[in-house]
Design a protein around this ligand. Structure first.
Ligand SMILES: [Zn+2]
Length: 575
């Protein structure tokens, strides 16, 4: 009797939902994985070559999914305060992860001159001009996004930036951060003169006459980065917030931040404590920040998921990138005989720091691009796992795993390593991948199908800000391997394409495994986190097309909160 009185005083019916989603194309991904050729499991909602949604309604209570099923059954969870949302046929997927991105850099890039897509140095100068015209002399103008891979054979002429902008400090980073382009004022601040020797693993590009041209490559980029005025914690936090908001708008419920330094970690901690992170963050500590690495080696991982921040992985770089010919290859570059790139200690990879963090319980997430870079990374992980058995269950990741020999693809499976890959890279690297690698080696590049057949686990991301963040772009790249530039329908090794189901698993279920969250995230099941991505188009029911590139998210729901809604009605964003 007393119990009944208490519950009737409570305005929130303990049995009712906070939110009910109706009339959706819900794909729960609760059925088993497709086979290694992409053929759906017999229990998948797939017949006669067609997918159909396996639910239409979801009830959410608090931060959890409470029920999944058909519209008529959902109504029994309705209470006086339940918010009903008609999805009008929108597609509901388990909350998508971007498994590899640089959140602080995306936030900073959003505040910089955007050079994404510029084709020529003159176009870049024009975009900087638009900002320089109103910036007081002596101030910094930062830009990012010119494509160091595409420009590798025709870098801008020496002095071009200094002649255009003699009054400002102009520093334009390359798309992937493996090249920098600066005017003389910035070179002077960095102490770079015509006679400065190249740093280890880096190049200060010079003209035939031996003059520093303003272009620096690979590890030499750090010389310019070092003179850019440092961010404050507050600026880092606002960059993080700006970036996470844009990820929420794109439909992501979780991001794996591939390299967090002490400053950004402090900003993340503050935001997480204030419950101000719009989406979940799986932070990989930057091994380059040795003081930070040492501190966390003593402290051990923070595996709690009570906040939206998890800290249990370490990011390190083993070699450079393919476009700028920094990736370490087993044989010479096809387009630069005698050159094989740089790796390991020559690329400032610190085995002691990374091994100590692994022994302290951290997952290692190691950037490896070239076939030699990958082999040496796998060798390193193998050695540590052999000597410290506690590190074997830590689901270590090879970030990019971009060019692999067949033997090393099999070792990814034998050692239970995760290949953390970026479908956009396959299509963006098309202008130079085969030139760098030649016809045979390119067959082992971005080799998703080969890796699946070898038994390796995959997880997918975009590597923003180097690539566009839309998951639709990733879906298109993974299922077509087709150049998205309007004029071309070139494909790169089409045999490595994946099915849409495999692709979506790469961004959800398999990504959840890569963060140890497969029991909370990655499928739509009662009791799991109410993390949902709701899209304006059904990728299971429409064949890949360029229209996908203009598609987007309708709602993004994280822990039962609507963190993004494309339209104000019938629901407004929760924050
Ligand atoms: Zn990256």
């Amino acid at each position: 009797m007393l119990l009944a009185v208490v519950s009737s005083c409570n305005t929130r019916d303990p049995e009712s939902a906070d939110i009910i989603l109706l009339n959706g194309h819900v794909y729960t991904l609760t059925w088993p994985d497709p086979d290694v050729n992409g053929v759906p499991d017999s229990r998948a909602p797939f017949s006669d070559g067609k997918w159909r949604p396996d639910a239409t309604a979801i009830a959410i209570r608090g931060d959890r999914i409470m029920w999944v099923g058909r519209d008529d059954g959902a109504l029994s969870w309705r209470g006086a305060a339940t918010r009903m949302i008609d999805l009008q046929g929108a597609t509901v997927l388990p909350g998508l992860h971007d498994s590899h991105g640089h959140v602080g850099e995306l936030g900073a890039a959003l505040a910089k001159v955007n050079l994404f897509g510029v084709r020529t140095p003159a176009e870049a100068v024009a975009r900087v001009r638009a900002v320089a015209d109103t910036a007081p002399p002596g101030t910094w103008i930062l830009g990012q996004g010119w494509d160091e891979g595409a420009w590798a054979d025709r870098y801008p002429p020496a002095g071009m930036l200094s002649r255009a902008f003699p009054q400002h400090l102009v520093y334009l980073r390359g798309l992937h951060g493996f090249a920098g382009w600066a005017n003389d004022s910035v070179l002077a601040r960095a102490g770079i003169t015509d006679s400065t020797p190249n740093p280890i693993g880096g190049i200060i590009q010079r003209t035939r006459e031996g003059l520093a041209s303003g272009i620096v490559l690979n590890r030499a980029v750090a010389l310019l980065d070092a003179v850019v005025p440092a961010l404050t914690v507050d600026q880092a936090a606002s960059n993080i917030t700006r970036a996470l908001d844009s990820l929420a708008r794109a439909g992501y419920t979780m991001v794996h931040d591939a390299g967090v330094d002490a400053l950004h970690l402090e900003a993340y901690e503050q935001l997480a404590d204030a419950d101000a992170l719009p989406i979940r963050v799986y932070a990989m500590l930057s091994a380059r920040d040795t003081a930070l690495a040492k501190r966390w080696t003593g402290r051990g991982p923070d595996t709690s998921t009570a906040r939206r921040l998890t800290i249990r992985s370490v990011k390190a770089y083993y070699d450079g990138a393919l476009g700028s010919r920094g990736a370490r290859l087993l044989e010479d570059y096809a387009d630069q005989p005698g050159h094989r790139g740089v790796s390991g200690s020559l690329y400032a990879f610190d085995t002691t720091v990374v091994a100590a963090l692994m022994r302290a319980g951290f997952q290692a997430s190691i950037h490896a691009i070239g076939d030699a870079g990958n082999r040496e990374t796998i060798d390193f992980l193998d050695r540590v796992m052999q000597t410290a058995s506690s590190t074997r269950s830590l689901r270590h990741r090879v970030e990019h795993a971009q060019v692999l020999t067949p033997t090393d693809a099999r070792r990814m499976n034998e050692l239970q390593l995760i290949a953390s890959m970026q479908p956009p890279h396959a299509v963006e690297d098309m202008p130079f991948a085969e030139k760098r690698l030649g016809r045979t080696r390119v067959l082992g590049a971005y080799a998703w199908r080969t890796l699946r057949r070898a038994g390796a686990r995959l997880t997918f991301g975009s590597d923003f800000p180097g690539s566009g963040i839309s998951p639709w772009y990733g879906f298109y790249a993974a299922t077509t391997r087709e150049d998205t530039a309007a004029k071309s329908d070139d494909t790169i090794v089409p045999a490595e394409r994946l099915s849409i189901e495999e692709t979506i698993r790469g961004y959800s279920r398999w990504a959840a495994y890569a963060t140890f969250n497969e029991r909370s995230s990655g499928s739509i099941v009662a009791g799991r986190w109410a993390d949902l991505t709701i899209l304006d188009r059904d990728p299971f029911q429409s064949p890949p097309s360029r229209e996908w590139l203009d598609s987007g998210a309708q709602y993004t729901i994280v822990g039962g909160k609507i963190v993004f809604a494309a339209t104000a009605a019938p629901s407004a964003p929760a924050r």
